[in-house]
Design a binder for this molecule. Structure first.
Ligand code: NAD
Ligand code: UDP
Length: 332
C-alpha cells in the first residue's frame, strides 16, 4: 500500500481528507501536535472507514522526529495541512504564525529533502488573492496579503516555487481553498473550533444549537445583491476529494508545480447562508446587522476551470448539503 504522510491530519480538513485517502486505498500516517484537534477523531475515522489511521503525536518543527518517521517506512507523498489559521490571532501573535506556518514548513521540506520524498500537496488559501480586482478569481490574479496569516501562505507558496526550480524531481501542488464548511455526512467528524468561532458557519451552527444567542452580520452595505459579504463556500468532503485528485496528479507527474483553486465557482451571501442553515436545522437564526469587519472584502469566488482541466475535479455539493451535514455534526 502507498503510504501518505498527512500533517495536521486530525484537524478539520485533514480528517476529512484522511477518510477520502483511505477510501481511495492509501495507507495514511498522521502527524499532528493536537494543538487544535483531538485524538478522538481517530476513532471516528475508524468508524467511518473501518481502518484507524496510523498516528504520531508530534510537531512538524521537530527535525529529529521527522527523520525517524521517514526512516521507519517508505512515504510516497506528504499532504501538508498543519498550521495555524486564525486571521485575528495572527495579528496579535505574528511570531507564532511565522514559526508554525513558515519555519514549520521549511523544517518539513528539509526533512523531505533528506529522505528524498519530493511529492507534496500544500494547503494554501484564497486569502492570497487579497482584494479581488476581477471575479471569478483565476490562478494568475495578483497575490497580496493584509495580515500575518495571509503572509505565511504567500511565503510558503514562494518557497515551494523556489524549491521546485532548484532541484529536479519535485512534484508539488499548491491548492488554494475558498471557504470550507460542512462536515462528513455521517455526522462523526466536522469542524470543532475552540472558543468563540471566527468563521461564519460554525458561529451560525452554534446559534442554532442555542450555545450562542445571535449572529453578528458584518455589514450590509457592500456592493453585493443583498449588501452582505459573498463567499465561495465549498463542502469539506468535496475539498477532500480534490486533494485525492491532486495527489494522484502529482504521483503520475515526473516533475510539476501545480497551483489550483478549490472552490465551487458560485458565491453566496451571509444572509443566503443563514437562510440555508435555518432550513437545515428547522431553527430560527437570530441576527443583527453590525459594522463591517476590518480587512473583509465584499465578494470572492473561484474560477474552477483550471482545477477541472488539470485534475478532472469539480465540487458537487450544494449549500443545502453543507448546512444539512454541518447541522448533523453540530447537533450530535
Ligand atoms: P485545523 O486547525 O482544524 O487543522 C490543523 C491541524 O494542524 C490541527 O489538528 C493542529 O493540531 C495541527 N497543527 C498545527 N500546528 C502544528 C504543528 N506545528 N505541528 C503539527 N501539527 C500542527 O485547520 P483546518 O481548517 O483543517 O486547516 C488546514 C490547513 O488548511 C491549514 O494550513 C489552513 O491554513 C488551511 N486553510 C484552511 C481554511 C479554512 O477555512 N479552514 C481555508 C484556507 C486554507
Ligand atoms: N461573517 C459575519 N459574521 C460572523 C463571521 C463572518 O457576517 O460572525 C461574514 C464575513 O464578513 C464574510 C463571511 O461571513 O462576509 C465569511 O466570513 P468567514 O470569516 O467565515 O470567512 P472569510 O472572511 O475568511 O472569507
Amino acid at each position: 500500500m502507498t503510504t501518505i504522510l498527512v500533517t495536521g491530519g486530525t484537524g478539520f480538513i485533514g480528517s476529512h481528507t484522511t477518510v477520502a485517502l483511505q477510501q481511495a486505498g492509501y495507507h495514511v500516517l498522521i502527524l499532528d501536535n493536537l494543538s487544535n484537534s483531538s485524538v478522538q477523531v481517530l476513532d471516528a475515522i475508524a468508524t467511518i472507514t473501518g481502518t484507524r489511521p496510523e498516528f504520531i503525536q508530534g510537531d512538524i518543527r521537530d527535525a529529529a522526529l521527522l527523520d525517524s518517521l521517514f526512516a521507519a517506512q517508505p512515504v510516497s507523498a506528504v499532504l501538508h495541512f498543519a498550521g495555524l489559521k486564525a486571521v485575528g490571532e495572527s495579528v496579535a501573535m505574528p511570531l507564532a504564525y511565522y514559526d508554525n506556518n513558515v519555519h514549520g514548513s521549511v523544517q518539513l521540506l528539509q526533512a523531505m529533502q533528506r529522505a528524498q520524498v519530493r511529492t507534496l500537496v500544500f494547503s494554501s488559501s484564497a486569502t492570497v488573492y487579497g482584494d479581488p480586482q476581477a471575479l471569478p478569481l483565476t490562478e494568475d490574479h495578483p497575490r497580496s496579503a493584509t495580515n500575518p496569516y495571509g503572509h505565511t501562505k504567500l511565503v510558503v507558496e514562494d518557497i515551494l516555487e523556489n524549491l521546485h526550480a532548484s532541484e529536479a524531481g519535485w512534484r508539488i501542488a499548491r491548492l488554494r481553498y475558498f471557504n470550507p464548511v460542512g462536515a462528513h455526512p455521517s455526522g462523526l467528524i466536522g469542524e470543532a473550533p475552540q472558543g468563540v468561532p471566527n468563521n461564519l458557519m460554525p458561529y451560525v451552527a452554534q446559534v442554532a444549537t442555542g450555545q450562542r444567542e445571535r449572529v453578528q452580520v458584518f455589514g450590509n452595505d457592500y456592493n453585493t445583491p443583498d449588501g452582505t459579504g459573498v463567499r465561495d463556500y465549498i463542502h469539506v468532503t468535496d475539498l477532500a476529494d480534490g486533494h485525492v485528485h491532486a495527489l494522484q496528479y502529482c504521483l503520475q507527474a515526473r516533475q510539476d508545480l501545480l497551483t489550483v483553486n478549490l472552490g465551487t465557482g458560485v458565491g453566496y451571501s451571509v444572509l443566503d447562508m443563514i437562510r440555508a442553515f435555518e432550513q437545515a436545522s428547522g431553527k430560527t437564526i437570530a441576527y443583527d446587522i453590525v459594522g463591517r469587519r476590518t480587512g473583509d472584502i465584499a465578494a470572492c469566488w473561484a474560477d474552477t476551470e483550471l482545477a477541472y482541466e488539470k485534475l478532472g475535479w469539480r465540487a458537487r455539493k450544494t449549500i443545502q448539503d453543507m448546512c444539512d451535514d454541518a447541522w448533523r455534526w453540530e447537533s450530535k
